[in-house]
Design a protein. Structure first.
Length: 127
């Protein structure tokens, strides 16, 4: 079986686990912090807003069963990317949205999906 990883930030990481963890082709969903400048930060350090980290999930998946494009589609349905202060009731920079790509193909697909979602009138503000 071939596997890949996808990493998404979208508010509280616990809330980002459930939409993915029971899908066929999803092998593992791990929550943690990414995108910051401190190695192995604690929850308290991340919440201070000084480490630059975001709460995120890293998904290990079989792209032949659940392709990255489908992960992106599911991701966009979980977030409001126009809210720069967090997600829903979770406020603070650590709750920002972000797609952390793992290779050039993921980068291309993520940028294309953002462009497509920016044309859909479902968010309060423009993407």
């Amino acid at each position: 079986m071939r596997t890949q990883k996808a990493t998404f930030a979208g508010g509280c990481f616990w809330c980002m686990v459930q939409p993915f963890d029971q899908e066929p082709g999803i092998i593992k969903v791990r929550s943690g912090y990414t995108g910051g400048h401190t190695e192995n930060p604690s929850y308290r350090e991340v919440c201070s807003g000084k480490t630059g980290h975001a709460e995120a999930v890293q998904i290990t998946f079989d792209p032949d069963v659940y392709p990255y494009r489908k992960l992106l589609e599911q991701y966009w349905q979980q977030i409001d990317p126009t809210d720069r202060q967090g997600q829903f009731h979770d406020r603070g920079d650590q709750y920002r949205t972000a797609i952390f790509y793992h290779n050039a193909e993921q980068k291309h697909l993520a940028e294309a999906s953002k462009k497509n979602w920016s044309k859909v009138d479902v968010f309060v503000s423009r993407l």
